[in-house]
Design a protein around this ligand. Structure first.
Ligand code: HEC
Length: 113
């Protein structure tokens, strides 16, 4: 292959690689919340299209530890909390590392009042 097309191919390859998402643990809290929670709870935590609930007025029920437990297994947590359990929430994927879960939880708590 002549040199020029080879360089063009290489440039394309490099561009494609740098467009890849950052590893999950390196993403910032807002991006992580955007990926895993926003579709149902909205960017402002006030619910989205009737899918997830609003976080208005629920701050007193949550802290970091409770929320980490909840997102790992919402069904088990909801079974012990009479406020929850009306609609199912899916557990967060096992692929999401602890560091990233912590960031998601801190961001979520910041949207509650
Ligand atoms: C597919 C939609 C969906 C996604 C995605 C989702 N949720 Fe939920 N969430 C729900 C529903 C539905 C409920 C109500 C659950 C119930 O009644 O048991 C809920 C409830 C909650 C509550 C309880 C609020 C209260 O009333 O005290 C919290 C906190 C919460 N979600 C956090 C999160 C976080 C954090 C994420 C991202 C990791 C997330 N949710 C992703 C649908 C979703």
């Amino acid at each position: 292959m002549p040199l020029l097309p080879r360089i063009a191919l290489l440039a394309l390859f490099v561009a494609a690689c740098s467009m890849e998402d950052a590893p999950v643990a390196d993403r910032d809290a807002d991006a992580l919340y955007g990926t895993y929670c926003k579709s149902c709870h909205g960017g402002d935590g006030r619910g989205s299209m009737g899918l997830g609930s609003s976080f208005a007025g629920v701050a007193k029920h949550w802290n970091e530890e409770k929320l980490l437990t909840y997102i790992a297994d919402p069904e088990a947590y909801a079974a012990k909390d009479p406020r929850l359990g009306t609609r199912p929430m899916a557990p967060i994927s096992g692929d999401v590392p602890p560091e990233a879960r912590k960031k998601i939880v801190q961001h979520t708590l910041s949207l509650m009042d």
